[in-house]
Design a protein around this ligand. Structure first.
Ligand SMILES: Nc1ncnc2c1ncn2[C@@H]1O[C@H](COP(=O)(O)OP(=O)(O)OP(=O)(O)O)[C@@H](O)[C@H]1O
Length: 758
């Protein structure tokens, strides 16, 4: 095994590392100063000059700004390791590469090939490493060194399997949870490292039990890929999809702490630009919306909006003349528009042209024998096009539609649902029905996460969602506002006459071009990402997979998840079945087998549930014992008992975090009681959930998160609440890093019988 060096490394070793690390920080400070100076110089440059000069200036400014942000991001834990190699040299490993002015390497970036041995070398395969040293720091002080000597001869086979950097790893794992995920660069394990550094192309599925580091690995892989394939990925960007906004918040610090700020993090409910879908709905409604039959429903809903006149013809009065749009004429125009194979809003142009041609013909005919030249006819056509009565008629027959309007109106009308959803049983159509609510862009609206794939599907069929007239008006208004603002600025600065308002307004418009890749991608539904990472991928419905696949035409993806934890009724049972419609069998599987989160004592309880779920699956191996036995307590009044236990647990974990995971039916009552007992507790999966010392959540809301102590409430009710109750119970039991308690008034389910009496 990686033998510990005798006793503690000497104080002088610590002092030596301290001196080296101080040198690294001095170099970092120097680089920051130089970059800040370079940025200042660029900013001070004359803003006049050619367009090319200005573009260059802005490009340099953004380069220096990014570099400066990166240099500030690596302050904590700048250096965390050292490799002593057989060749006799030493390699320091840290968050970014540093060299001195003579270009001698002071430290290598953890993502370079040279650093790989820091994570992979084992006694069985030392990869040229004699000694691996983990360096712990607090601020800029070195607080410890932890050595492993990779000395093959003195090892037994069993020892060879032992984890690397055990002391550093165990220290990281035993730390109290802060409510935010941290990075693991200093302690990545070999099986994780192989996944992180796997090649970019194709679909990589990472299957692993709870706490095996899937989220951590997925994020470090994103950082590794951006570093290694910068040329290919910087322009297209990387998208990371998580299960909920709270989860996204939980992980949002990890990539910036690795110096990567240009990754778009999003929950499925945020994947459709302009909509933040956070409304709740019954699981069976979400299941139905995730079903592939919705593809046809949405397509039919669009077709239903391309109508024929109710009677034989539609009559419209223009300049006191009555014009007619016969059913057959409209039908012909509709066929032509449909045959154009363009999306609905683009095909509308074809439809309008046909209808206006017909009306023009009628007006021309009404002029009798009076000769009209081509110019007159063109004028008549243009007038008809702008005529309100004509516009109304077209709006009835082939309206301009946004996805929000299409779906909002579809769900609100049982008749529209019946027309578009002919193949759906009535009971299912009823599930989809909901009143029409105004749909604010952004902010909480009526949209649920399961609506997002339907909006996206609709957007594909409708095409650009801006009305060309509206777009033109918006552009003019924007220009007017920029000009007015520029004039005001010139007035305040007393610069009138020196720079024109147009020039200044032009600068504002250009500034918008300097959004980061992630910012631009966030606002563009049709953005094609260079790589997509999906966490908790087992939760995605077949409809959600269509959205994710659309965002990544090259199908360069990392999908991490655990099919034993699937809670969503529309979620995955098998990776093959989920991926087949998109990539057939062209995907590769990697597995994570070690559970870093949940202690052995808790896994004994959780694994009984796993075996019940699937007798053949091998549970992940827990790496540590907490010495704390999980317990179960029966109480007549379970709500009061939970409130009391929550207060006790809060005291027990100090600065750590406590979660109360309850069935949906009890959430309100328990939330109220817990807040009465612990006033700074939080209820529900909102963004405050992560910061509160005690938080009350449904199991669904706790997906992907972890806490120092978890109280699971009324497990029998959890089992009965959904057909995936057993999966939910498994997820709930595996959220803890230390302490687990189960409170119940009904009998404990047989699968938890191991807990009875504890
Ligand atoms: N190599 C490592 N070094 C230190 N900590 C680690 C390491 N690997 C994982 N962890 C920690 O283990 C915990 C679980 O990791 P993570 O949340 O990524 O697991 P997961 O597989 O996504 O879990 P789940 O499926 O249950 O949500 C986290 O606190 C993570 O930081």
């Amino acid at each position: 095994m990686a033998a510990e060096t005798p006793a503690q490394p000497a104080g002088s070793e610590l002092a030596r590392e301290q001196a080296y690390v101080a040198g690294l920080y001095a170099r970092l400070d120097e680089l920051r100063e130089r970059t800040a100076r370079a940025l200042d110089d660029v900013r001070r440059q004359d803003t006049s000059g050619t367009h090319q000069n200005r573009s260059e200036r802005d490009a340099f400014a953004s380069l220096h700004t990014d570099r400066l942000a990166q240099l500030w991001a690596v302050e904590n834990g700048l250096c965390f390791g050292r490799l002593d190699r057989v060749e006799g040299d030493r390699l320091y490993v840290g968050r970014l590469g540093l060299s001195d002015d003579a270009l001698d390497q002071l430290q290598v970036d953890w993502r370079t090939p040279a650093a790989q041995a820091f994570y992979r070398a084992t006694a069985a395969n030392p990869e040229g490493v004699v000694r691996r040293r983990h360096i712990s720091t607090r601020g800029r002080s070195v607080t410890g060194v932890d050595d492993e000597v990779l000395d093959l001869d003195s090892l037994s086979d069993e020892d060879r399997e032992t984890l690397n950097g055990e002391a550093a790893l165990l220290a990281a794992l035993s730390a109290s949870r802060t409510g935010r995920m941290g990075d693991i660069v200093a302690t990545i394990q070999a099986e994780q490292d192989r996944i992180i550094r796997d090649e970019l192309d194709g679909v990589l599925v990472v299957q692993g039990g709870p706490g095996t580091g899937k989220t951590a690995v997925a994020l470090h892989r994103a950082a590794y890929l951006l570093y290694t394939y910068r040329d290919r990925l910087a322009r297209r960007g990387v998208l990371v999809v998580g299960p909920s906004p709270a989860f996204v918040r939980y992980i949002e610090q990890v990539l910036p702490s690795l110096g990567e700020t240009d990754v778009l993090l999003s929950s499925v409910g945020e994947l459709y630009p302009g909509v933040t879908a956070v409304a709740d709905e019954a699981p069976e409604v979400a299941e139905l919306k995730g079903d592939l039959r919705m593809v046809e429903l949405v397509a039919a809903a669009v077709r239903e909006r391309q109508r024929l006149p109710r009677g034989k013809a539609l009559e419209l009065v223009v300049d006191r003349d009555t014009l007619r749009l016969d059913r057959q004429v409209v039908d012909r125009a509709r066929q032509k528009a449909r045959r154009s194979r363009r999306p609905h809003n683009a095909a509308r142009k074809v439809f309008v042209r046909e209808v206006v041609n017909e009306l023009t013909r009628q007006v021309v005919a009404a002029h009798g024998s009076r000769a009209l030249d081509a110019e007159d006819v063109a004028e008549i056509r243009a007038e008809l096009r702008a005529e309100p009565a004509v516009r109304d008629a077209v709006d009835q027959l082939w309206p301009h539609l946004t996805p929000e309007r299409l779906l909002g109106e579809l769900f609100a009308s049982p008749e529209a649902l019946a027309r578009a959803g002919r193949d759906l049983p009535e009971a299912e159509r009823k599930l989809l029905h909901r009143p029409l609510v105004p749909t604010p862009r952004r902010g909480p609206g009526p949209w649920t996460p399961a609506d997002v794939p339907l909006l996206d599907e609709a957007a594909e069929l409708l095409g650009s969602d801006t009305d060309p007239d509206e777009e033109e008006a918006l552009r003019a208004e924007q220009e007017r506002r920029e000009r007015a603002y520029a004039e005001e600025v010139l007035g305040v600065l007393g610069l009138e006459g020196m720079v024109s308002a147009e020039q200044l307004a032009g600068r504002y418009a250009q500034a918008q071009d300097y959004l980061t890749t992630a910012e631009r991608a966030a606002g563009d539904r049709e953005w094609a990402f260079g790589h997509v990472v999906v966490d908790e991928a087992q939760e995605l419905s077949p409809m959600a997979w269509r959205v994710v696949m659309r965002r990544c035409p090259t199908k360069s993806m990392t999908l991490v998840g655990d099919v034993a934890q699937t809670a969503a009724l529309a979620g995955a049972h098998s990776w093959g079945a989920v991926l087949a419609p998109h990539v057939q069998d062209r995907w590769r599987l990697a597995e994570l087998t070690v559970n870093y989160r949940t202690p052995l004592e808790v896994m004994d309880v959780a694994n009984a549930v796993l075996t019940e779920l699937d007798a053949d699956v091998t549970p992940a191996r827990a790496v540590r014992e907490s010495g704390i036995e999980p317990w179960a307590r029966q109480a007549g009044d379970v709500v009061a008992a939970v409130a009391q236990a929550a207060a006790e647990e809060r005291a027990a974990v100090g600065d750590g975090k406590v979660a109360v995971l309850a069935p949906r039916s009890l959430l309100d009552a328990i939330g109220t009681a817990v807040v009465a007992a612990v006033p700074d507790a939080s209820v529900g999966g909102g963004l405050t959930a992560l910061d509160a010392p005690v938080t009350v959540l449904s199991v669904q809301q706790s997906k992907g998160l972890e806490f120092d102590s978890v109280l699971v409430v009324e497990p029998q009710a959890l089992l009965e609440e959904t057909p995936r109750g057993l999966n939910d119970l498994y997820v709930a039991l595996t959220r803890t890093t230390r302490r687990l308690g189960v409170l119940h008034s009904r009998a404990l389910p047989p699968v938890l019988r191991g807990l009875a009496g504890r």
